[in-house]
Design a binder for this molecule. Structure first.
Ligand SMILES: [Fe+2]
Ligand SMILES: [Fe+2]
Length: 313
């Protein structure tokens, strides 16, 4: 039996997806015991009984399988929620799905994500308000998953506004969703610190760009590899003052994400060391970086208009 620390706590909201995953619980004497084997579902009633006793665990050997099962479950929910235009529930499922994805990005966890983004983009042209409303739905806990979902929603509506094709929009949306994937490898006490970071800590945070590139390069799927430019370049600036490489020839996705990422970060109120700004105020701040030559002028203009647009086909 694996050491206790390796057992993975199963989230209650995910249990319904684990019919094919063996689940374990901790007995009063502290031993981990099989609760149900693979292939057996847990009825709601028995779930309630066990909840009051203990938490469920997943064996480390079943980690990837459990991530896959949860991703499939949330993707299924997503498609239904897109159809019913339930933006709140849709965002809930998407944040859960992305959190699952972020749990083991180097172990293959990202593979099912392009399909999800494609489904969102396919439906966006019919129901743009559903995804546009995403960024207005706030969550109590500001996580990398939530930030990524917001950046994706803003990027998709920007792409739609400027008239990119469905395929291009899917590519951009996926890159947006994965731009901060390297943060999964930055210690959370540094990421969530509500104080000013030391120089050393800040350079650790900055390494999320190179770590993101490394993670995405592990995949053979072309659409995931295409997202790598966004991960490595979203903190680069056109005057060379950005990181990690200080380049000035920045890819299109890198230039778009630089703007969308800043906008999302300053308009969200649950970030450490910051308070939220209203959209106009946020655009004023970003405009300073446009005027000083750090951010792309044309993209900024289109992005600002895309926020106000109610364009529908
Ligand atoms: Fe970032
Ligand atoms: Fe970001």
């Amino acid at each position: 039996m694996a050491a206790k620390k390796n057992w993975i706590p199963a989230r209650k909201s995910h249990l319904r997806f684990y019919d094919n995953i063996p689940l374990y619980y901790r007995s009063p004497s502290g031993n981990i015991i099989l609760y149900k084997p693979a292939g057996m579902s847990i009825s709601d009633q028995s779930l309630q009984r066990k909840y009051s006793i203990d938490e469920f665990f997943i064996h480390p050997d079943n980690r990837l399988e459990s991530i896959d099962a949860a991703q499939k479950g949330f993707s299924k929910d997503l498609i239904e929620q897109i159809q019913t235009k339930d933006a709140g529930k849709l965002k809930d499922s998407l944040v859960d799905l992305v959190e699952e994805t972020l749990a083991a990005p180097r172990a293959g966890g990202i593979s099912s994500i392009p399909k999800t983004v494609n489904a969102l983009v396919n439906n966006f042209s019919e129901k743009p308000s559903v995804i546009k409303n995403f960024t207005k739905i706030s969550f109590s806990d500001y996580t990398t998953a939530l930030h990524s979902v917001n950046v994706m929603a803003l990027t998709i509506s920007y792409c739609y506004f400027i008239g990119l094709s469905e395929t291009e929009t899917q590519e951009m949306g996926l890159a947006a969703l994965l731009h901060d994937i390297g943060k999964t490898e930055i210690p959370s006490n540094i990421l969530k610190a509500s104080r000013r970071l030391s120089d050393n800590e800040f350079s650790i945070v900055k390494s999320h760009t190179t770590k993101g590139l490394d993670i995405l390069n592990l995949y053979n799927e072309p659409e995931i590899i295409n997202a790598a430019a966004g991960a490595i370049e979203h903190h680069e600036r056109l005057d060379g003052s950005g990181y990690p490489n200080g380049i000035i020839n920045i890819s299109y996705i890198g230039r778009v994400l630089a703007i969308v990422d800043c906008y999302e970060a300053v308009t969200n109120d649950d970030r450490p060391y910051r308070t939220a700004m209203a959209p106009m105020e946020a655009l004023e701040i970003i405009k300073k970086d446009v005027d000083s030559g750090k951010l792309d002028k044309e993209i900024f203009k289109d992005f600002a208009y895309s926020l106000a647009s109610r364009k529908t086909k």
